[in-house]
Every structure is written in C-alpha cells, then in structure tokens.
Design a protein around this ligand. Structure first.
Ligand code: NAD
Length: 521
C-alpha cells in the first residue's frame, strides 16, 4: 500500500516544496507548495475580490454552503485517512473527535448565527425621539493560522465562524500536518462553493507571517511565543486578532471523589493524542488521603492503553505516534529534571520501538513538586505528573500558580467541586468529567492570561468576526418632537435653553433620597 496520500494539489508557486512525513512510519506522506509572500498576496487578493459578493449572500445561503461541505466531508474517507497518516493519531480520534467536532460546530454555529448576527435596535434614553440600529458587517478577509496537533479542529474548523459572519478565509495550516486542509479545501470547491471564499496557503512560519501582513483579521492557534509575535504585528496594523495558545491544565481530585471514574478520566485526558492536546490534563493534584489508591487505579488504566502504529483504515488501539519529534525531547527533558528533583516514574518513561516511528510510552510521575519544569511549563506530550496536597486551599493556590489558564478539571462531591472550579483562574473548567466541554459549541471557550485572547464558539465567537455600524435615525411617531429638540439644542445657542437644561439635569441625575440611603450589599 502506498504511504503517500493523494491529496488534491493546492494551486501554489512552483518554487520550494514542504515535505510531510508520516510520524508513525517515518515515510513521506506527501508534499505541498511552500507559498512565498507573492503567492500569499495573490491568494489574499482573490479572497478580497470575492469578499463583497460573499458578504452580500444571505445567512441562509452561507449556512447552506457549509452544510453542503459538511455532507461531503462525512462521505469522504480520504479525510480521516489523510489525518491519520500525517498526524499519527488513531483513526478513532481522527474521525470520532475531529470530523465529529467539525460537524457539530457547523450545526451549532449555524443555529446560533441567526440570533448572534441579527440586527438589533437600541433606543437611547436621553434622546427618546431617536432609535439606533446596530448593523454587523464582516471584517473582510480573515487569516486562519493553525497548529499541527489538530489538522481539522484547530485549522479548517476555525474558518466556520468567520465564513458564517460573511468573511472570506485564507487558511495557513501547520507545515507539519497540512495535507488534511488541502483535502478539505478541495471538498469545499467540489461542494459547489465559491473557490476564492475559502482558500488554503501552505508553507512554514514565513507564509503565516506574510498572511498576517495582508489580512483584515487573524485567528491564530499555536504556541505562546508565536501568538505574541502575531498579536504584536496585528497591534501594529490595528486589526483584530484572536489567539488560542498553550495550556497547563490542572486536574484536581478532592476527598470524596469517585476515584475509579477520576482515574479513568485522567487516563483519557492525559494521553489523548499522546498528550498533544492544548486542553489536556497537564498536571494532577490529589488529596493525600486518597492519593495511593488514585495512583494505583490510574497506573492500571494507563497500563491497559494499547499503543500501536495507527492504521489509516481503523483498528483497535488507543495511542498512536507523537506527531512532532520535538515533543519527545520536551518529555525526556522534563522526566530527567523531575527525577533529579525527587519524582518517581510510576509507569512508562521511555521511547518505544527501534524503527523510525515516533513512539513514547505514556508516562506517569509521582511525587511531583512545583520546582519541577513538568509542573510549570507546557509538556504537550505523553507525560503527566501527580502531586499530593492536604488542604483544598493549597490545591487551589497550586492550580492557579501558572502563567497559563486554558482548561481545568475538578473531581469531587459535586457542590464542593463546583465551588472549587469557580475559584480557578482559567477560561473553562469541567466538574467530574474531562474534555467534553470542548464540544459545547454553544458556550464561548478561550484562554486567560498567556493562554490567549478572544474566544471560539458561542455567539461571542461569531460576533468577533464582525464590526458594528450604529445607525441612528428618528422614531417615526416622535418626528415633531425630534425636530423641536434638534432646533433647541443646536445653533444658535440660547441661554434660556441652557437654564432649562440645567434644571432638567438636576431632576434627572441627582441621587434620590432612596438612592442615598441604599447601602452597597
Ligand atoms: P507554533 O506556534 O509553532 O505554530 C503554529 C502555526 O503558526 C503554524 O502554522 C506555523 O507555521 C505558524 N507560524 C510560525 N511562526 C509564525 C509567524 N511568525 N507568523 C505567522 N505564523 C507563524 O505552534 P505549534 O507547535 O504548531 O502548536 C502547538 C501549540 O499550540 C501548543 O502550545 C498548544 O498548546 C497550542 N494549541 C492551542 C490550542 C488552543 O485552542 N488554545 C489548540 C491547539 C494547540
């Protein structure tokens, strides 16, 4: 069987190619064009030319275009097959997480868009004769730049909200996993949708930087370092920028938690896609009274995980390859640092296999402390540390002791666990479950602090791709009053009118006796 994927060619420059390697086998998975600045400029120019017509389409037409695309994605096995080949993740995750997410996102955002993007009327209180209509306009061309760990979920899927809001999109997928985006772009065109409304430019960081220089807004998912660079450039250009960056999500086990369930959930949330997930469990805090039992259950769950070279056609295994070789170096460095500072490896700790494939055993550390790199810096690989605590207040302080703030998990008695979650400094938290909050496309989801700016999902995730024009007109029935007021307020200024205004201000704005007596609660 051929290892290279027959991905549709994205029309790009002839100069330079980016080779894509299959991480599970080390073999060539495909090649894509390396778009230089001139080629990016051509793509953005086409997107700009297509923007007015797309903005003029009705929301129903845009929803229909996304539905047509979704139908084709669902019927095209090449999508999950390509994803498995270039990322090394199990077919279950390619299809059961990434394709599922795209479908649910299109459904949910299409449904929300009618209300979120609708015009609103707001009546000013002072000038009662006026009404203001808030009209939302698309921003123009949105550049979406994605990471390598989720070739659909954090790449093409991030085009959905800007497209629904009437923007055209140019996507720059990661150079490590660009092939799935090429397949999805081809399906967009095959679905009968306008080709320049959704384009893909492939290449490395320089291609992304060229895109940021030209578009009207940026949706970026990736590392904190690149996010800062892109946000700074967007600041210079005064264009909106949403950044979804790294995480160091805590998983807290309070006394009274269901330990079986917590251990099972910790195994999935720590080792999904070999730990290369931004909202995954990055560090575990367990109450000392239940820590031995939790570790025992957790290790037995991890020991049962089936790791294998993923077959693009499917297969029963839980862990595939590590997509990006650098993550294995991070894992090895963090294990060495933690061991030197007193941590113990409970399970795993080594590379697996002698072949060219990138495999690392799922690894659990015990006895972690906050002076270890593994508790403070993002791992983004198949390694998770466990640390014990005695007081909930201490666990809260430790969980919040990070420059990041993306996701968090709390296991414990429901009310107590929710009260704990409310005091976490994190964009989202989930109680007595893991990860599935990402599928709640109805709710905004984003990071605090260095984990990013802006959100995806929810009405908020749609409206951020529009700009507001506030159009004030007079209310029809009050037209005579409106004309009278306009005359009195404008030139020529009349001292008698000012005297009247002064009196009116005292009536309107001076605190009433009731307000003076009211105490802030
Ligand atoms: P990265 O920052 O190295 O690269 C991300 C993208 O940015 C790639 O497409 C890359 O080519 C491009 N890029 C690099 N330099 C650029 C520049 N100067 N201008 C414009 N584009 C540039 O990140 P990565 O290694 O691909 O992804 C891993 C990181 O992504 C992890 O930190 C992970 O936590 C984070 N992530 C966050 C989320 C989230 O939703 N918060 C989701 C997935 C991944």
């Amino acid at each position: 069987m051929s290892t290279t994927v027959e991905v549709p060619v994205i029309e790009g420059p002839d100069v330079g190619k980016v080779r894509v390697t299959s991480p599970a086998t080390g073999e060539l998975a495909g090649e894509v064009a390396d778009f230089d600045a001139a080629a990016v400029a051509e793509a953005v120019a086409r997107a700009r030319a297509a923007a007015p017509a797309w903005a003029e389409t009705s929301l129903e037409e845009r929803v229909e275009a996304l539905f047509r695309w979704r139908d084709l994605v669902l019927d095209t096995p090449l999508v999950p097959e390509t994803l498995v080949r270039e990322s090394g993740k199990p077919r279950h995750e390619a299809e059961g997480i990434e394709v599922l997410y795209l479908c649910e996102l299109i459904r949910g955002m299409a449904r929300l868009s009618h209300r979120a993007l609708a015009e609103e009327t707001r009546n000013p209180r002072l000038f009662l004769t006026k009404k203001t209509r808030l009209v939302r306009h698309p921003l123009g061309v949105v550049g979406v730049i994605g990471p390598w760990n989720f070739p659909i979920l954090n790449n093409a899927a991030d085009a959905v909200a800007p497209l629904l809001a009437g923007n055209t999109v140019v996507l720059k997928p990661s150079e490590v996993t660009p092939l799935t985006s090429c397949v999805l772009r081809d399906l967009w065109v095959k679905a009968g949708n306008p080709r320049d409304v959704f384009q893909v430019v492939t290449g490395k960081g320089a291609t992304g930087a060229a895109l940021v220089d030209l578009v009207d807004a940026v949706m970026f998912t990736g590392s904190v370092a690149t996010g800062r660079r892109i946000a700074a450039r967007c600041g210079e250009r005064l264009i909106p920028c949403v950044t979804e960056l790294g995480g160091k999500s805590p998983f807290v086990v309070l006394p009274g938690a269901n330990l079986e369930r917590a251990a099972e959930a910790a195994a999935w949330s720590s080792f999904i896609h070999s730990g290369q997930v931004c909202i995954r469990t990055e560090r575990i805090y367990v109450h000392a009274s239940v820590a031995d039992r939790f570790e025992e259950l957790f290790v037995s769950r991890v020991a049962a995980l089936r790791q294998a070279s993923p077959d693009p056609a499917g297969g029963a295994h839980d862990l595939g390859a590590v997509t990006f070789a650098r993550q294995i170096e991070v894992v090895e460095r963090q294990i060495a640092d933690a061991k030197a500072k007193g941590a113990r490896v409970l399970i795993g700790g080594a590379r697996r296999g002698n072949g060219p494939g990138l495999f690392f055993e799922p690894t659990v550390l015990s006895g972690a402390t906050h002076d270890m790199e593994v508790m403070r810096e993002e791992t983004f690989g198949p390694l998770v540390p466990v640390m014990r605590f005695w007081e909930s207040a201490e666990a809260l302080r430790l969980a919040n002791d990070t420059h990041l703030g993306l996701n968090a998990t709390v296991f414990g008695p429901p009310f107590e666990a929710e009260a704990f979650a409310r005091r976490l400094r994190s964009g989202q938290a989930i109680v007595n479950d893991v990860l599935v909050n990402y599928f709640g496309v109805e709710s905004p989801l984003g990071g605090w602090r260095a984990s990013g700016l802006g959100v995806r999902h929810g009405g908020e995730g749609l409206r951020q791709w529009t700009r507001i024009e506030a159009i004030t007109t007079r209310r029809f029935l009050l037209a005579p009053v409106d004309r009278f007021l306009a005359k009195k307020l404008a030139f020529p200024y009349d001292p008698r009118v000012l005297a009247l205004l002064r009196r009116a201000m005292r009536v309107l704005y001076r605190r009433t006796l009731a307000e003076k007596l009211r105490r802030p609660s």
